[in-house]
Design a protein around this ligand. Structure first.
Ligand code: GRG
Length: 308
């Protein structure tokens, strides 16, 4: 799936199979998500929620949560409800992002967007339903985690969603439409909120569930902020270089919308170099975790090497 040259360089080992690891974790997440939302009356809304939630996707946020929890001494079992909630939140943000009032897109995850199938009114409600259910799901299903830690997880998730996270990033993104000359500072603000905040919550919540100390929590937070920005730089690169089939969504949208992106500011080559630098800074934060950090290093490598 991806080249793992960075992993070999950084860890001095070549035995970790990131493709197999991601595939196995994706299967675990798919199974948990499949069982998370049964269809009851009124069926239409549950079907709309499931349509987007079960449409595939890389499942990067839940995988990051599980991997961090395990690295810090926790288990997949204690982290799975939070992992599912992260994917529900991410999916709701995609549904709302694709709406005509936002990015107005027809394709997502290789299929028609939610509003194209169910209509705008139900798509808005499907997003709302997923968001509320994410919090219920964590609160009701998490086992063997002290209440204080669980409360911190809920607070972290909520912060990543709101005006200090996804919502704030999206507001500035909307403001920046048709302004290809916005500053690098503004672009960084947009993506550290719109993209990196939820990735950061994924990693930090995994650590909190496992009971990490504050200094490790801060390391995890810096790791995630770095991979979050690297993720967005690569997303911007792929918007130029990949096809709709590869991406599962419309390609070439940024240029068409006259959006400022990392490649529009730096060019493609420099953007790739900056992503590599962020990868290195991210990996440096994991040094105290030694070999147990191998999956998180490999995921960071996947993020900068991915083709979709
Ligand atoms: C959260 C209340 C609330 C509202 C949403 C619309 C909005 C506010 C925010 C937009 C957030 C957004 C869509 C950010 C883009 C993040 C991003 C790079 C998505 C693509 O993630 P991938 O590549 O997708 O991980 P898959 O499909 O693989 O999961």
């Amino acid at each position: 799936m991806v080249a793992t040259n960075n992993l070999k360089m950084t860890q001095g080992q070549d035995s970790f199979e990131i493709s197999a690891y991601l595939q196995a974790r994706q299967h675990l997440c798919e199974a948990a998500l499949e069982g998370a939302i049964p269809v009851i009356y009124p069926e239409k809304i549950y079907e709309a929620m499931r349509y987007s939630l079960l449409a595939g996707g890389k499942r990067l946020r839940p995988i990051l949560c599980l991997a961090t929890c395990e690295m810090a001494g926790g288990t997949i079992e204690i982290a799975m409800p939070t992992a599912c909630a992260l994917e529900m939140i991410h999916t709701m943000s995609l549904i709302h992002d694709d709406l005509p009032a936002m990015d107005n897109d027809d394709y997502r995850r290789g299929q028609l967007t939610n509003h194209k199938v169910y209509g705008e009114n139900i798509a808005i409600l499907a997003g709302d339903g997923l968001l509320a259910y994410a919090f219920e799901f964590v609160a009701v299903n998490t086992r063997n985690v002290p209440a204080e830690q669980l409360l911190q997880v809920v607070a972290r998730l909520a912060k990543a969603v709101g005006a200090a996270g996804l919502v704030g990033g999206q507001v500035l993104d909307l403001d920046s439409e048709g302004k290809p000359d916005i500053s690098l500072e503004t672009l960084n603000f947009i993506h550290s909120h719109k993209t990196a905040a939820l990735l950061e919550a994924s990693v930090v919540c995994g650590g909190i569930l496992a009971g990490v100390q504050e200094c490790d929590r801060q390391r995890l937070s810096r790791y995630a902020q770095n991979i979050g920005l690297a993720f967005q730089i690569v997303d911007d690169i792929l918007d130029i270089t990949a096809t709709r089939e590869e991406l599962g969504k419309t390609a070439g949208k940024d240029q068409k919308a006259q959006k400022a992106t990392y490649p529009s500011i730096w060019g493609l080559e420099e953007s790739q170099r900056q992503a590599q630098q962020l990868f290195e800074a991210a990996v440096a934060e994991l040094a105290p975790f030694g070999e147990r950090a191998t999956p998180l290093v490999a995921i960071a490598d996947f993020i900068i090497s991915r083709t979709h």
